[in-house]
Structure formats: C-alpha cells, structure tokens
Design a protein around this ligand. Structure first.
Ligand code: SAM
Length: 293
C-alpha cells in the first residue's frame, strides 16, 4: 500500500469519506513523504522510542512515526477523522488515537498509562496553527517526561521563538522557550506541500529540553508574571509596565525605581530589551520585596 501522504492517496481517502476541511481547526494536511521523513529524522527516534502527535489528520505523519517508534499516541479533536484514521492506520497496531482537544487533555496521565517508565518520548507534530502558542506553553509548563519536541508551525511564530532582545518578535514565548529548552529552526517548508495550501510558509523547530532551566529563579510562576507584565504594552517603559501590570509589588514608583537601579537595570528601558538573565535578576529582586511586604 502506498504511503498516506502521497497526493493521490490523500485525495482518494478524502473523497472516499466525503471529508471537508475545517479551516477553524487548522486543517492543512501534508502530502509530501520526503518532508515528513525529514521531520521524523529530526526527532532521532530509536526503535524503543515513543512518540506523541498532536492532530494526526488522516494519519500522514502518524504513519511515518509508526514506522520508527515502538508506540505512537495521537490526540485528535475532530471526531470526523476517527473512522478515517481507523482505516488508514489499521496496519499499525502500536498507534493509539485519543479523541480529545490536546489543550484539555491530561497529557501526563496519558503518558503514564501509555508509555513505560523512563521511556524515551518525543512530541512530533504538524501543529494546528490557530493554537500553536497555547500548545507550546502547555507542553513546556506541564513538565512532561519528554526528551523534546519537533513541530511544524507558521514561519512567523518560529521567528518569534528564535528572536533575541531588542527585536520586534522577542516576547514571552521566546523567553519561555529559552528557559525550558534549546531551540533551533531545523527546516523551512513551502506552502505547496499541503492540502489545502495555507496562506503562509511554515518552519519546523526542534526544542530539546534542558536538564535544568537556563536561569535559576526564586519563584518560577512569579518570574513568568514579571516577563508577561514587562511585555504588556510594548511602547511603555519597564517601570510603567511593571507598576501597571504586576500584582503584589510596590506601587510607589520611587521605590520601584530604586530596586531597578540597585540591580543595574535602567528603569527607562523597555521590557523587550532585557535578556533572560536580566529578567531573572529582576524577578528575584521584586520577589524579595513582595515577600518582605
Ligand atoms: N498531522 C496531519 C498532517 O500533517 O497532515 C494534520 C495536521 S493539521 C495542520 C492539524 C490537525 O490538528 C488537524 O487534524 C486538526 O483537526 C487537529 N487539531 C486542531 N485543533 C486541535 C486540538 N486543539 N487538539 C487536537 N487536535 C487538534
């Protein structure tokens, strides 16, 4: 049997089931096995590895993962795809499809149930573009026992992830990714390898989990609250953003200014110019004040 991801077989499968794409679910299916194989290569799966996929569609990527991993677990939100996947993936008994919105799923529990303790597991997916950022935050913040993530996304979001201080793309996503992972854009993908074709080009990024976060902070949750507040209104200074958007810190601007100066950060700077190390210093200094009040 030919691979699912060839243009002809995909067309046949879609026609047979009378499937119509839902744009609102980010349904752009891959029809190029070379691209799929390269994505799977970047995950460096061994024959004992497990894979988690988000949004299998009609199974194009799932099939390639199933050929290399010992177990594949895929979360699909669209019920109409379940009977199709039942057919297309019938030869692969070690694939499990879970009908669920991945954002609502208890991924940790699923991992406990489906994978062996200590098993090497990678997340590999062609993400639904409308929820790329929340999915990435979920994968990072839930501290899942995974080795890393190889995912396709809109090129624009990949640029945001890779952005450094002082650029327009730099934001809380860039900081969160750096904090938890080593990130790399491993390939760019033209829109022509999808049906239907999206309006944008795509990129595949690989995020390898760090053994421990890049910077040490006293309170992780507060660190991310400081980062979010600092980027809340890009045109405002760090001082203004912090005093307007961060709960639990001195509202007295003179005091806030003093704290910033003490840690060597000019209060007139904008949040988008701070490195992750500076954010860590800032968060710890504010946290000390917070707990002292
Ligand atoms: N993996 C397939 C491929 O590469 O051809 C399909 C990728 S398509 C870009 C995204 C898939 O994610 C669709 O099948 C869509 O129904 C599914 N999806 C969208 N939102 C989802 C969510 N919140 N949870 C799980 N799956 C979702």
């Amino acid at each position: 049997m030919k691979d699912i991801a060839t243009p002809n077989r995909t067309k046949m499968i879609l026609e047979k089931h009378g499937f119509s794409f839902k744009k609102s679910l980010g349904q752009n299916f891959l029809i190029d096995t070379n691209v799929l194989n390269r994505i799977v290569d970047f995950a460096e799966l061994g024959s004992d590895s497990g894979a988690i996929e988000i949004g299998p569609g009609i199974g194009a990527l799932t099939e390639q993962l199933a050929k290399r991993a010992s177990k594949v677990v895929a979360f699909e939100i669209d019920q109409r795809l379940l009977p199709i996947l039942g057919e297309t993936l019938a030869p692969y008994e070690h694939v499990k499809i879970i009908h669920s919105d991945v954002l609502k799923a208890n991924v940790k529990q699923v991992m406990n149930e489906e994978f062996a303790e200590g098993q090497d597991v990678m997340v590999v997916a062609n993400l639904p573009y409308y929820v790329t950022t929340p999915i990435l935050f979920k994968l990072l913040e839930e501290d899942l026992p995974i080795r890393g993530v190889v995912v396709m996304m809109q090129k624009e979001v990949a640029d945001r992830i890779a952005a450094g201080p002082g650029t327009k793309d730099y934001g809380s996503l860039s900081i969160a990714i750096q904090y938890y992972t080593e990130a790399e854009t491993v390939m760019t993908v033209p829109r022509t390898v999808f049906v239907p074709q999206p309006n944008v080009d795509s990129a595949v990024i690989r995020l390898m989990k760090r053994p421990k976060p890049l910077v040490e902070v006293k309170d992780e949750e507060f660190f991310f609250a400081v980062v979010r507040a600092s980027f809340a209104q890009r045109r405002k200074t760090l001082m203004n953003n912090l005093s307007n958007n961060l709960a639990g810190i001195p509202k007295d601007k003179a005091m806030l200014e003093k704290i910033l100066l003490e840690i060597g950060i000019d209060p007139k700077r904008r949040g988008e110019t701070l490195t992750i190390e500076e954010f860590a210093r800032l968060s710890d200094a504010l946290y000390a004040q917070k707990t002292a009040v």
